[in-house]
Design a protein around this ligand. Structure first.
Ligand code: NAD
Length: 429
């Protein structure tokens, strides 16, 4: 991921921004301000390993823009994490919060580490060390982290505990994605994947396609992918292929079953990182094919839900003729060249920062509940999430139709205008 093959996520995020800045004729001051994160922190996290040695991990936190509210964004643990990936993701968070119109800005964090090779105690030390370095730079009113790739509710609770130990009080609003019962919101686990499908359902309505008549291929089988598949199945769709990273063989595999995958069956043979056991999948009747082939399947819908940089100039031509919709569950899965090709083919793209905004929307609900110390039932959370995602989708698609814009461009126009307005009103640009 990250910067392999000349790909740089931050350059991509900036080039997307520059294009829209041209389109809306944004003045130079606002452009310069929004092209660069407002603040970033780089720090080391020394950890005593289980074997007695000391290992030093590199951590980052980037606050791209907080004109509309406290910065918000996940913390990723990944061996190939880079500052530019974190910068790009923080910028996308700004647009994401703005497109669903929640009062938050954009931030992101990361630690270069591989949790596959770390004990729980070592991971706890990284979490606590991360917060020790940032305790004065994050907070319920300034910057609110959350889980992301390879981090979960347990990591968030360790981070919360460290923050509260340092500040001497209870601050449940400093972090989201906490365990339910410890300040977490019901529905947070489902929120991103379900959100992808709320927007997908609206897109199918717009294109006059019945969900039950569609099939999909999904890249990834982690948090986002599993819950997207769950709700897509519930609205009648059939997933015929999923892919995931194989830790043992260090390559991705895809798992195909023409009559549709059995979500619960696959979940039962999946590790906590979204890795499916290949041999057991064969026993369950799956054809195991090279991971890259998830994109070539003869389906109506593609749902990239793994990592960035997965639909590129090299593989975009392999997308099957039947594909009508790409719902981007992952952040930054499509490179600008590939995006041009999708646009030219008339594929209806639901851009990442709209499609996967369910997670941050539910995080916002979690903050609201934490601040009230009053927690909603699941139906209330999911009902409110559906309303937010649906109205965001409708606002973007109406603008796209009215001004004859590509969906990604329309989503950018909506969010950049909202952020620029907040910066202007504050007198920043
Ligand atoms: P996760 O760690 O739970 O799952 C990632 C999945 O991708 C795993 O199944 C892994 O095996 C698979 N994968 C990794 N490399 C792969 C490859 N080369 N080919 C195929 N599969 C591969 O992560 P997640 O939380 O589901 O996040 C997935 C994406 O969604 C990321 O881009 C993340 O930034 C984005 N996202 C997540 C959330 C959230 O709430 N979790 C919110 C918004 C966006």
């Amino acid at each position: 991921m990250a910067e392999t093959g000349g790909y740089n996520a931050f350059e991509m995020a900036r080039s997307q921004f520059d294009r829209i800045a041209d389109l809306i004729d944004l003045d130079q001051g606002a452009r310069d301000f929004l092209r660069t994160p407002m603040r970033e922190y780089h720090f080391t996290i020394p950890v005593r390993m289980d074997d007695g040695s000391m290992k030093v991990f590199q951590g980052f936190r980037v606050q791209h823009n907080d004109a509309r509210g406290p910065s918000k964004g996940g913390i990723r643990f990944h061996p190939q994490e880079t500052i530019d990936t974190v910068r790009a993701l923080s910028m996308w968070m700004t647009w994401k919060c703005a497109v669903v119109d929640i009062p938050l800005g954009g931030g992101k964090g990361g630690v270069i580490c591989d949790p596959h090779n770390l004990s729980m105690r070592e991971q706890e030390s990284i979490c606590r060390g991360f917060v020790r370095q940032l305790a004065r730079n994050i907070g319920p009113l300034s910057d609110v982290p959350a889980p992301d790739v390879m981090t979960n509710a347990q990591h968030m609770l360790w981070m919360l505990d460290e923050y509260e130990a340092i500040h001497g009080g209870r601050y449940p609003g400093v972090i989201t994605g906490k365990p339910v019962g410890m300040g977490g919101s019901l529905g947070r686990t489902q929120a991103t994947g379900y959100g992808v499908v709320y927007t997908l359902r609206e897109a199918l309505k717009e294109l006059d396609i019945r969900p039950a008549d569609t099939t999909a291929s999904v890249q990834g089988f982690g948090n986002v992918a599993q819950y997207a598949i769950e709700l897509y199945n519930q609205i009648g769709g059939t997933v015929v292929c999923v892919s995931c990273w194989d830790q043992k063989d260090q390559c991705p595999y895809a798992f195909r079953r023409k009559e549709g995958i059995d979500l619960e069956g696959l979940r039962s043979i999946t590790d906590p990182f979204g890795g499916i056991e290949t041999a057991k999948a064969r026993e369950q009747g799956y054809e195991v094919i090279p991971g890259d082939e998830w994109i070539e399947q003869d389906v109506d819908i593609l749902i990239p839900s793994a990592l960035e940089n997965s639909i590129t100039a090299d593989n975009v031509e392999k997308i099957g003729k039947r594909v009508k919709i790409v719902a981007e569950g992952a952040n930054g899965p499509t490179t600008p060249e590939a995006d041009n090709a999708l646009h030219a083919r008339g594929i209806h793209v639901i851009p990442d920062f709209l499609a996967n905004a369910g997670g941050v929307t539910c995080s916002y609900f979690e903050q609201v509940q934490s601040n009230m110390n009053y927690y909603w039932e699941m139906d209330e959370v999911l009902g409110k999430l559906d309303v937010k995602m649906t109205s965001a989708y409708v606002a973007v698609s109406e603008l796209a139709r009215r001004r004859d814009l590509y969906m990604r461009d329309a989503a950018y126009v909506v969010s950049i205008n909202r952020v620029v307005e907040a910066c202007r009103e504050r007198g920043w640009v």
